[in-house]
Design a binder for this molecule. Sequence first.
Ligand code: FAD
Length: 415
Amino acid sequence: MDFSDTREEAAFRAEARAWIQANAPTYLKPYLERSGFGSTNTGEYDTMAEAKQWQAKKAEAGWACLAWPKEYGGRGASPIEGVIWGQEEGVYGKLSGAFIIGHGMCGPTLMAYATEEQKEQYLPRLASGEEIWCQLFSEPHGGSDLAGLRTRAERDGDDWVINGQKIWTSGAQHSDYGILITRTDPTVAKHKGLTMFFLDMRSAGVDIRPIKQANGQSEFNEVYFDDVRIPDSQRLGEVGDGWRVSLTTLMNERLAIGGGIATGYPDLEELVRALPLGNGVALDNPAVRTKLADWHCKASGLRNTASRLITALSKGDTPGPEASIGKLVAGTMMQDIAKFALDLQGLGGVVVDPAVAEGSARFQAMLLRSPAVRIEGGTDQILRNIIGERVLGLPGDMRADKGIPFNEIPKGESR
Ligand SMILES: Cc1cc2nc3c(=O)[nH]c(=O)nc-3n(C[C@H](O)[C@H](O)[C@H](O)COP(=O)(O)OP(=O)(O)OC[C@H]3O[C@@H](n4cnc5c(N)ncnc54)[C@H](O)[C@@H]3O)c2cc1C
């Protein structure tokens, strides 16, 4: 791994930096610097409107969805250029939260399975932030075991009729479209009877109900389908091949959220340098220094693991399970650091108002957000299974329902 820019990369960085300096919404910088860990703060400005405006500006100048082909609203840039752009965009990248699922997962799935006409119609509007997309996968009975999902799609002429429920659908309330995985054949083994579609979220029969979270926000939703009609032309992949299509989405999900999760580490260092403790600051305390040293080592391990992923991408390889390692370690680390930072603050640790709390209440927000990091995009246990099976070569997880037709799998009373 060579961390220094090549001549071409340095030129790209300079171009990106100059454009950002000339165009970024600098009036938002003080708010964005203080926000993070799942809550983008734009002060008196409307976050979604600002996010859309920044995305549109980037798209117009060719700085949106850098790795996508130009004809679909991207730049045709290399993975390394994408990383350099992210480094240069810095805090303004926090405005991209509403687009992560669309850009990171739905776009690549459309690119792999939609018709040419559909790609030309939907991808540029997705890249520019004009339209937002969501991922309708998880259900009350199909989260980690996604293939156990129950939302049905039944053929009716040129349409499919959808009935069922999804849950934890991030951003559904702001979305124009969603990619939706359904069961089209319950008489075959669970992975084999699935089919993927994309749908207009304003279709008749779609009912979106936001879920209130512990941090007061409503990032995700329950989505109900009551005789929702989707034209067959909006099917992605073959009938019964939805599992394979979903793997494209899930692989891209791991890449989109696995590489650069915040851990709170440099933030903690900043906090302990200033936080009064005893006769000095927290950093003077040997116990605090020991903790800091541990997290410093972990943070550099994570950085190098992420660099290995980027190196694989830049060589045209498909990154393996290393993306799972990053998320597994970062999620727990974030939670531990947040707890420690709140303990250090004593009674001040319970103050959540950013205007008065230590460190603008970043660690309070981090503590409330961290359980979600350990669940979204694969829980800690599922990631451990992946690492155990695919990295360490341990025996596979027990799959008692393997090969059994879905409608013959015994179901408990509550199911
Ligand atoms: C912030 C956030 C955003 C999300 N956004 C979306 C979204 O936009 N779209 C979407 O479709 N979904 C979304 N999800 C849902 C997410 O994908 C699921 O929550 C996740 O896959 C876990 O599924 P589950 O909640 O059904 O838990 P379950 O699968 O029921 O798991 C419950 C517990 O059992 C453990 N477990 C399950 N199976 C095994 C096993 N084989 N071995 C060991 N332990 C196991 C799990 O680790 C967990 O601790 C989001 C979740 C969060 C937290």
